[in-house]
Design a protein around this ligand. Sequence first.
Ligand SMILES: C[S@@+](CC[C@H](N)C(=O)[O-])C[C@H]1O[C@@H](n2cnc3c(N)ncnc32)[C@H](O)[C@@H]1O
Length: 242
Amino acid sequence: MDGGKELILSERLLAIAQWIRPGSRVADIGTDHGYLPIWLLQHGRATFIAACDMREGPLEHARRSAEQYGLQEKLSFRLGSGLSCVVPEEIDTIVIAGMGGETILSILEAAPWTNNARYTLLLQPMTKAEVLRPWLSEHGYSFLRERLVLENRTYFPIMALRGGSACRPLSLGQAWGGVALQDDPLQGGALDELLRLRTYALNGLERSVVPKNRERAEQQRAILVQLRQMKGEWLHANGKRN
Ligand SMILES: C[S@@+](CC[C@H](N)C(=O)[O-])C[C@H]1O[C@@H](n2cnc3c(N)ncnc32)[C@H](O)[C@@H]1O
């Protein structure tokens, strides 16, 4: 960091930023305030950054933020949906953070060129991680690592992936509880929260008289069995008692 004032990132964005290797060429899709690109420039993590958003308002916000830190000339601001506004050859790292898992999925579905080993993808779904994880794994994106961040009493997963791998299905437990979180210190709490929410959903389904909900209840039970098993394994692996 040289000279000017330093931008302080939230823990969630900092966790993503710290996974970006110095010298990367980054596309930040859905940049909004532009804080992540600014931090990356300030810390010499990226040699090129496309700060992209589908809406003019957020992109203007990113421009204003960059101006505040004197970095507006060093960022490339792009207006467009998903990855439509970047050229595959200009980047090697794709960040899609702060959106729903289904939106992230549809952005990647519209850009099949990302399914290639030359790209590192850093994804941070706010919701529906259980939909995003199996889609990624079944479409040849392999999980390099995952971690959790706890912000405002909510657990957010952050995933690093690489395309161009063999497609493989995930278990229900992996879809809901994560693929590479066995050693994460926050995983015990995150699994407890998932167990609480899934139990609540199951209780509702069991009270229902709609026939289709019997099938849904069965699926919730299967998810709960696998999440309980994951919790036991996490306790064991991390030297904690049940
Ligand atoms: C909640 S903000 C997240 C900002 C930042 N990435 C973060 O994690 O703090 C979501 C941003 O994504 C943008 N967005 C949503 N869908 C998008 C899409 N398909 N393509 C590009 N930007 C999108 C929105 O306009 C908004 O600015």
